[in-house]
Design a protein around this ligand. Structure first.
Ligand SMILES: [Cu+2]
Length: 245
């Protein structure tokens, strides 16, 4: 019966394209969470209900004691009946469909999330550099900031992270993005902020005594406001310079 999971997975993989959620990282992870929550709840309810049903159906009753003694299997006796393992086959078949679908779907979804290495058109590339203890950001026009990154809403941002001293990890929980920042290497990830507002970036790699102070503000701005601000920025500004909108 090896062909069953094989055929199932091929069938599922072929029609899967439309099921992969798009949009922001938050959308994708929310979808994964909801799908697992619903399926997990469903499986839990079915299993527990069936267990309670059987516990009730075969509960101990004085009236059954006589027939139970007669039906009880003797040592060495093999069980009979059960429809030739039909129940077992059906449960294996259903389980394999559910598990294989989940694996294939989750894998496809995570491939979409991990596609940060592939540059796309209309991306805004930001260089993120970790140092003991803070974050520097560099825009395509050479403008650099420290401790604050402004990005336009609904724009795919390509983050390219590195470090100038030890291992750091750049993470913004609100935007569901986290990436290593390692000296001598570049790590890339994409992110989209669809809600204007301020998000906190932190370091997620214990990197020294100032690790817990290694925060930065990620400000998602409305498109027009960002463009106005960005047009007035120039290269070679020092990292410490105060930025005003
Ligand atoms: Cu750090």
């Amino acid at each position: 019966m090896i062909w069953v999971p094989l055929v199932t997975s091929i069938f599922l993989a072929s029609g899967l394209g439309g099921l992969i959620p798009g949009g922001t990282r938050a959308n994708v992870f929310e979808r994964i969470f909801v799908v697992f929550l619903i399926l997990g709840t469903l499986v839990g309810v079915v299993v527990i209900t069936y267990m309670l049903y059987n516990a009730y159906k075969y509960r101990d009753q004085p009236s059954r004691a006589k027939s139970d003694a007669k039906d009880r299997p003797r040592l060495g006796e093999l069980p009979t009946g059960g429809g030739g393992g039909r129940k077992l086959f059906v449960s294996f078949f259903l389980s394999s469909i559910i598990v294989l679908s989940l694996i294939t779907w989750t894998y496809g979804t995570l491939l979409f999330v991990e596609a940060g290495d592939v540059p796309q058109e209309d991306e805004l590339e930001i260089k993120v550099t970790g140092f003991q203890f803070g974050w520097k950001f560099e825009y395509p026009n050479g403008h650099t900031t420290s401790g604050e990154l402004r990005i336009p809403e609904d724009q795919r941002i390509r983050l390219v992270a590195t470090s100038e001293d030890v291992f750091h990890s750049f993470g913004v929980p609100g935007l569901r993005v986290k990436m290593d920042a390692i000296p001598g290497q570049e790590t890339t990830q994409w992110v989209i902020g669809d809600e204007p507002g301020s998000y906190q970036a932190l370091c997620y790699e214990l990197c020294g005594v100032g690790h817990s102070y290694m925060a930065a503000d990620i400000i998602v701005m409305e498109r027009g406001a960002f463009d106005d601000w960005y047009e007035n920025t120039t290269a070679n500004e020092t990292a410490n310079q105060t930025v005003t909108a």
